[in-house]
Design a protein around this ligand. Structure first.
Ligand code: UD1
Ligand code: UDP
Length: 360
């Protein structure tokens, strides 16, 4: 079979690595990079580090409004599909690249396989929620990471082609965590961080720092929310490492960051696993990072009103914090009972990629 895979954003590269490896054992894959993420440290580094095959097409479509970006991608992906005539189109997650790929395939009657189907925040104001609902309703094959995701689809009447494969991000963590350990010890990872603002991270220690990432539109486009997050981080009594997403970097609220916050360039996946595994806590609005924290046994505070990954909340490993100074501080300094370890079983057995490859 000929599979045409569409990726474009950082988390999709990480998910595509194990799936691509599994798919290529039995099928031919044509890889399309939309260009949604284009900085070297948001894109190239993942292809190199995770040995993802070089894209067959790079559409170079990044930036712009949601409609503009999605529309341009739709047009360009359709051209590639008309030329390649794939048997199946494969899309990941909930970005504009996901929706554009699904829509282009749907209109050409090419069956769509959606990896990470069935996730819901039940907040339609999120661009991601619109993308994932629409993609799920176009898809013929739906790979769900959890049973909750299966049930969300059933509640919307989507029952055909649905399979609980487990979460491919568990595959990615299992495969790469050991490689990360072998690649570099923590002190070397810290010393090599490219600091944009704040003190050097070189002398930080295991469990001696918070790891923060913020990029969600709802937190970054509202100046008061971003300022609240910055002010809360400023009051934490441990240093913070913040690999900064390009959409946040130049925001004027960032000038208010205190010295103990190490604002650093985005890092590669292996470094990120090291930083996550050794942090005292993760503070994030990322989807993927909430799970990686759980898989690596690091407590997490999610700076959002809701999460799609409800299983991470069990046992208090992950808690939600409102964008409110006092609430963020209370959650970030809470005591977490780590004695029973984390339960990752809701996310499958770490062999999702093989199961996904068998769906086509
Ligand atoms: C996108 C996804 C989001 C996902 C995130 C992963 C959508 C609607 N959102 O959000 O679901 O969680 O990726 O990180 O698809 N930029 C650069 N260089 C880059 C990439 C982005 O400078 O390499 C800047 C551009 O100014 C761009 C802005 O960041 O306009 C936002 O990028 P965009 O891809 O639209 O959204 P993300 O916030 O990255
Ligand atoms: N990540 C990374 N380097 C960074 C920040 C994040 O490798 O500097 C990884 C992170 O470990 C996770 C993925 O990127 O695997 C999450 O991507 P992001 O937060 O951008 O998107 P989301 O998961 O929210 O869609």
């Amino acid at each position: 079979m000929k599979i045409l895979t569409i990726v474009g954003a950082r988390p999709q590269f990480i998910k595509a690595a194990p799936v691509s490896r599994a798919l290529r054992k039995a099928h031919r894959e044509v890889l399309v990079h939309t260009g949604q993420h284009y900085d070297a440290n948001m894109s190239d580094i993942f292809f190199e580090e995770l040995h993802i095959p070089k894209p067959d097409y790079n559409l170079g479509i990044g930036g712009g409004s949601h409609g503009q970006m999605t529309g341009r991608m739709l047009e360009a992906i359709e051209q590639v599909m008309l030329k390649e005539k794939p048997d199946v189109a494969l899309v990941y997650g909930d970005t504009n690249s996901t929706l554009a790929g699904a829509l282009a395939a749907g209109k050409l009657l090419i069956p769509v396989l959606h990896v990470e189907a069935g996730l819901r925040s039940f907040n339609r104001a999120m661009p991601e929620e619109q993308n994932r609902v629409l993609t799920d309703h176009i898809a013929a094959l739906l790979s769900c990471p959890t049973q909750t995701a299966v049930e969300n689809l059933h509640a919307e009447g989507v029952t055909q082609g649905v399979r609980n494969t487990g979460d491919v991000m568990l595959d990615a963590v299992r495969y790469n965590a050991q490689l990360a350990q072998e690649a570099k010890p923590l002190h070397k990872t810290l010393a090599q961080l490219r600091v944009l603002r704040g003190k050097s991270a070189a002398l930080l220690e295991d469990k001696g720092y918070y790891l923060a990432t913020i990029h969600r539109q709802e937190n970054t486009d509202a100046p008061d929310k971003l300022l609240t997050i910055v002010e809360a981080l400023n009051e934490l009594n441990h240093p913070v490492i913040w690999p900064v997403h390009p959409r946040v970097r130049e925001r004027k609220e960032m000038a208010r960051l205190g010295d103990h916050i190490r604002l650093v360039e985005p890092v590669g996946y292996l470094d990120m696993l090291m930083l996550t595994g050794h942090a005292r806590m993760v503070l994030t609005d990322s989807g993927g990072l909430q799970k990686e924290a759980l898989f690596l046994g690091t407590p997490c505070t999610t700076l959002r009103d809701e999460t799609e990954w409800v299983e991470t909340l069990e046992g208090g490993w992950n808690v939600l914090a409102k964008i409110d100074r006092a609430d963020i501080l209370a959650k970030a300094t809470r005591a977490v009972d780590t004695r029973n370890g984390t339960a990752c079983s809701a996310f499958g057995d770490g062999n999702a990629a093989e199961k996904i490859a068998r769906m086509v």
